[in-house]
Design a protein around this ligand. Structure first.
Ligand code: NAD
Length: 244
């Protein structure tokens, strides 16, 4: 039995995680922690931590898990480069699964996106479109960012320099080196992502639509079971699913 501390337990994902863990005979929830609760006190009684909170909170969670020697699964998105490097350095001490999306379908989309970029080559214009519910705080989504990173790597471009967030005014003709990124917000959409490869005369679109948070929760619970068997290191859902 693996005892889990669910951090962000009152949030949309936290509620799905607690419900999913309670249905799994291999898992138990030793602590449901949210803002204002004593995370450090709860840490001692768990075998692994799952964090779906807000980006500014995660680096301190990683520090505490590394000190206590507890494996960590991070689903939270929207981190700064500084947060990311603090999380990475903690992964020298504990296994950390850090993934912008825990669904099997989206991880297959990551794989397909890389293959399509390699096969279609530099003549195709690249655009990423995402839509999420009106309450989402960070933009673009962590999944859209990862898709653009995959495209940038496949084309020897840079996420920081070549991704263009939205277009407004006299922006001029599209250049070959830009990757367009567009974030739509509204309603209760759980998460839609489309990667567009557009050339003269044809267009390929790869789309994933999540209709339930259970898919992310089940993936994160699977990642926690996997992480407790692994040595220290920084992993993502591609590692958990054996897609590398
Ligand atoms: P939410 O706002 O519904 O829930 C976040 C919860 O975290 C809230 O209950 C909040 O009180 C709590 N929280 C904030 N700061 C905290 C702290 N310091 N300590 C403990 N708890 C704290 O958000 P959500 O929809 O559940 O999403 C949470 C995060 O997960 C977001 O970053 C979102 O983008 C991400 N997300 C990732 C995936 C994935 O597959 N990786 C899927 C869905 C959502």
């Amino acid at each position: 039995m693996i005892r889990l501390l669910i951090n962000g337990s009152k949030g949309r994902m936290g509620i799905a995680l607690v419900a999913g863990a309670m249905e799994d005979p291999e898992l138990a929830v030793s602590a449901e922690v949210d803002e204002g609760d004593d995370f450090h006190a709860a840490l001692a009684g768990c075998d692994a931590v799952i964090d779906f909170t807000h980006a500014p909170a995660t680096a301190a969670v990683a520090d505490a898990c590394a000190t206590a020697g507890k494996p960590l699964v991070i689903g939270t998105t929207g981190h700064t480069d500084e947060d990311r490097s603090r999380i990475s350095s903690n992964a020298k001490k504990i296994p950390i699964v850090f993934a912008p999306n825990f669904s099997v379908g989206v991880n297959t989309l990551f794989w397909l996106t890389q293959k399509a970029a390699e096969i279609l080559g530099p003549d195709f214009d690249l655009e990423v479109v995402e839509m999420h519910h009106r309450l989402k705080k960070d933009s673009p989504s962590g999944t859209a960012r990862r898709l653009a990173e995959i495209l940038a790597k496949a084309r020897s471009l840079s996420y920081e320099k070549d991704v263009l967030h939205g277009r407004e005014g006299m922006v001029g003709e599209r250049t070959k080196s830009e990757i367009g990124m567009h974030a739509i917000r509204g309603g209760d959409v759980v998460g839609d992502h489309t990667v567009i490869f557009a050339n003269s005369g044809e267009r390929l679109e790869l789309t994933h639509k999540a209709s339930s948070r259970e898919t992310f929760a089940n993936g994160a619970l699977r990642a926690a079971k996997w992480a407790v068997t692994k040595p220290a290191g920084l992993y993502d859902m591609q590692d958990v699913l054996g897609l590398r």
